[in-house]
Write a protein that binds this ligand. Structure first.
Ligand code: TMP
Length: 202
């Protein structure tokens, strides 16, 4: 039996990295991230997010995120799922739909098509969206990387696009309130997934 491909999505400071780590430990899954889950991806991450790196236009940004993802799926995600291990990914192609498609204005459908090719049709089985108003998540905003430095209007569009995606694919998405203590949110995540997959809810 193949593992489950579980995505964590959300805006800056939503706490998704912490929650992805907690869940992956609990289900003994493979924790990974985009961009940056492979050796190639780590280099692309630096080029994409590093302040002071060469300018990257919106289309190049989309293609570089998709290249990171293509390598990630081929080198790590698919082989891990094939062994029956669950994969918990801190961001997936849905980040590109929200950030490049929605907030950068390239269009969700076009960005979806590029990414569908990049991932060879393999989209996450379930997406946990940790939702909060831009800049008001449990972790606050660190203002460190290039995308985190975008203004509130950009991050409002990211949030709105995520919520539209969740509404349009309701059977795949679980939308949870991001605010609360780490323990409260992880309990929320667990009970939603346990209900979805019939896991023992402890
Ligand atoms: P994070 O993983 O630390 O949240 O940072 C990744 C940043 O890259 C974040 O600002 C979201 C952005 N991003 C995109 O714009 N498109 C993508 O496809 C991915 C995976 C991330």
């Amino acid at each position: 039996m193949t593992g489950l491909y579980i995505a964590f999505e959300g805006g800056e400071g939503s706490g998704k990295s912490t929650q992805a780590r907690i869940l992956s430990k609990k289900i003994q899954g493979k924790l990974t991230l985009e961009p940056g889950g492979t050796e190639l991806g780590a280099r692309l991450r630096q080029l994409l997010l590093g302040v002071g790196e060469a300018p990257v236009g919106a289309r190049a940004e989309t293609l570089m995120m998709a290249a990171d993802r293509a390598q990630h799926l081929e080198e790590l995600v698919e082989p891990t799922l094939a062994t029956g291990t669950h994969v918990v990914s801190d961001r997936t192609a849905y980040s590109s739909l929200a950030y490049q498609g929605g907030a950068r204005g390239l269009g969700v459908d076009e960005v979806r098509a590029v990414n569908d090719w990049a991932v060879n049709g393999r989209w996450p089985d379930v997406v946990v969206l940790l939702d909060c108003p831009a800049g008001q998540g449990p972790r606050g905003r660190r203002s460190q990387d290039r995308l985190e430095q975008e203004g509130d209007a950009f991050h409002d569009l990211v949030r709105a696009t995520y919520l539209e995606l969740a509404a349009s694919e309701a059977d795949r998405w679980i939308v949870l309130e991001a605010n609360g203590s780490i323990d409260d949110v992880s309990a929320r995540v667990w009970s939603a997934l346990a209900e979805r997959f019939g896991w023992e809810s402890s």
